[in-house]
Ligand binder design. Structure first.
Ligand code: FAD
Length: 153
């Protein structure tokens, strides 16, 4: 199997889209990610997976905290921005939850402190202990076969 086949196979798993945010020395960082899952209810744990080349990796290692912002269908442009698919600099206004910057009007903002981390291949898995969250109504942004999708019905 070549890398393309592996990527195509993984792309058959439909997901939502999140932007991971953190703050270090007063500076806010954001990165689009769909490698997110719920792990445990007691304690409340979630997982994100960050590539070794992402600048976000060291930011989370150093800050020891991150927020997961689950995007709505109206936030595709934000996803593109935080994935580097839109290159221009934008002045994004973040809200605050606990001691973290979060994305306004997301479906869910989840604040976490790093509970554990595991380097696996070319990614680092961060387990986050959930310290607070906010939920809103709306329709999620979806991602499938490398494209943003609408959820119909
Ligand atoms: P940068 O390249 O520094 O940041 C990414 C972009 O965000 C830049 O354009 C930057 O200008 C902008 N940005 C950052 N902070 C701010 C700010 N405060 N204000 C305004 N703009 C800001 N990669 C993974 O490792 N794990 C995943 O699970 C994952 N899932 C993905 C899912 C999707 C749907 C997509 C499209 C990409 C995914 N990626 C994932 C890839 C990842 O989003 C990109 O590789 C990203 O560019 C890496 O960001 P970086 O941390 O290197 O930061």
């Amino acid at each position: 199997m070549d890398d393309r086949t592996f990527r195509n196979a993984m792309g058959k798993f439909a997901t939502g889209v999140t932007v991971i945010t953190t703050e270090l020395d007063g500076e806010v960082y954001g990165m689009t990610a769909n490698a997110f899952m719920s792990v445990s209810l007691n304690p409340r744990l979630v997982l994100i997976s960050i590539g070794e080349r992402a600048k976000m990796l060291n930011k989370i290692k150093e800050s020891g905290k991150f927020a997961v912002n689950i995007l709505t269908e109206n936030q595709e442009e934000l996803s593109m921005l935080f994935a580097g698919q839109i290159q221009e600099k934008r002045n994004i206004k973040f809200e605050r939850l606990e001691d973290l910057p979060v994305i306004k009007d997301s479906l869910v903002n989840i604040c976490c402190k790093v509970y554990n981390q595991y380097v696996e291949g070319d990614h680092t898995l961060f387990i986050g202990e959930v310290t607070n969250l906010v939920l809103r109504d709306g329709t999620p942004l979806a991602f499938y076969e490398g494209k943003y999708r609408e959820i119909v019905g």
